[in-house]
Design a protein around this ligand. Structure first.
Ligand code: UT7
Length: 318
């Protein structure tokens, strides 16, 4: 197929928040959060903007690839809200980097990285772009209700960037949507139009936690079996299952269904919480940095998110 990953970078806020820090102002405990989610800490923006984080991630990815911003042919941002609704986050990053190529955002919530890869593959295959910069970035801390313990303990802020080029590494990719606006949502307000009778103020992220949990476990297993039958492979042939980092128990439940060893399911949710579409590229970056990834390793990437969106791909590393 059409592409390979050539570089990655990250932008993480300076301020780390532990579970005990949260327990200081909300009715929760380190014990509850650890055992129910696997999360021990998360990073939260204080002084950084989302554009700061995303630009840091993009700059690191470009430098590590030995490239200049002018070598980038397309910037795709994955976020559900940048620092502005318009211009898009990717335009703000492009301005900071000094690129002159097209830049746009897509919003597939936590599945955004897989959707962005699919879009990038289309541009590369049609030879409309050679090098695509995908920047995933989310400031979850401005979308959650800090008085709601059932959601505010779960999320973190951050950014991760990936550069892809033409190559043969992407063996399979699939994206899907099972429309549902109730299970997981973040309402936008109606502004102050004098013509609206029942105006709404901007809301906070809301979710039906157990329904999302079940959706995630089911879709993770279905995505894998679709990929395996398309490629004529078995899960034994996958070296790493790089799954969306939303809850350690979701990952453990998928692992139980797949029947593969724990070492094949890397996690970093304990340090970052759930950073939406940033989770998978950030985990890939950490595996790359720690020399865990060897050339020829077969990776199954899979995510789910609001929409309800889902997506997966199989990539051969190197
Ligand atoms: O990117 C996608 C985003 N979302 C997800 O992936 C979320 C998927 N769902 C989940 O991860 C889990 O459903 C949660 C972590 C959100 C919740 O875990 P749970 O095991 O489903 O807990 P629950 O909602 O059934 O709540 C159990 C109890 C309740 O108390 P009672 O009614 O049993 O007395 C909650 O009020 O835990 C209570 N609770 C908490 N207690 C301490 C809920 N949140 C907290 C908290 N600290 N932070």
């Amino acid at each position: 197929m059409s592409l390979r990953i050539v570089s990655l970078g990250k932008g993480i806020p300076a301020h780390r928040v532990s579970n005990d820090d949260l327990a200081a102002f909300i009715d929760t405990s380190d014990e509850w959060i650890r055992t129910r989610t696997g999360i021990e800490s998360r990073y939260v923006c204080r002084d950084e903007s989302l554009t700061d984080l995303a630009t840091a991630a993009a700059t690191e990815a470009i430098e590590r690839a030995g490239l200049a911003p002018s070598d980038i042919d397309l910037v795709i941002g994955s976020t559900f809200e940048g620092d502005y609704l318009t211009p898009s986050l990717s335009c703000c990053v492009a301005e900071r980097l000094g690129t002159q190529c097209p830049a746009f955002d897509l919003n597939a919530a936590c599945t955004g990285f897989i959707f962005a890869l699919e879009v990038a593959a289309g541009f590369v295959e049609r030879q409309k772009a050679k090098r695509v910069l995908i920047v995933c970035a989310e400031m979850m801390s401005k979308h959650i209700d800090w008085h709601d313990r059932s959601t505010c303990v779960l999320f973190g802020d951050g950014s991760a960037a990936v550069i892809v080029e033409p190559g043969e590494a992407l063996k399979y990719i699939s994206i899907s949507t099972s429309p549902n606006s109730e299970m997981l949502s973040l309402p936008v307000g109606t502004g102050n139009s004098p013509f609206v009778h029942h105006g709404k103020t901007k809301g906070f992220l809301a979710m039906e936690g157990q329904k999302v949990f079940k959706f995630a476990v089911n879709v993770g297993a279905v995505e894998l079996s679709k990929a395996m039958s398309a490629l004529g492979m078995t899960p034994e042939e996958i070296d790493y299952f790089v799954l969306h980092q939303a809850n350690k128990r979701i990952i453990d439940s998928i692992r139980a269904k797949v029947g593969q060893p724990e070492e094949k399911f890397p996690m970093n949710i304990q340090r970052y919480g759930n950073i939406s579409s940033v989770a998978i590229p950030l985990l890939l970056l950490e595996m790359w940095e720690s020399d865990k990834l060897k050339s020829g390793d077969v990776l199954f990437l899979s995510a789910f998110g609001a929409g309800m969106t889902a997506g997966s791909c199989v990539i051969v590393w190197g």
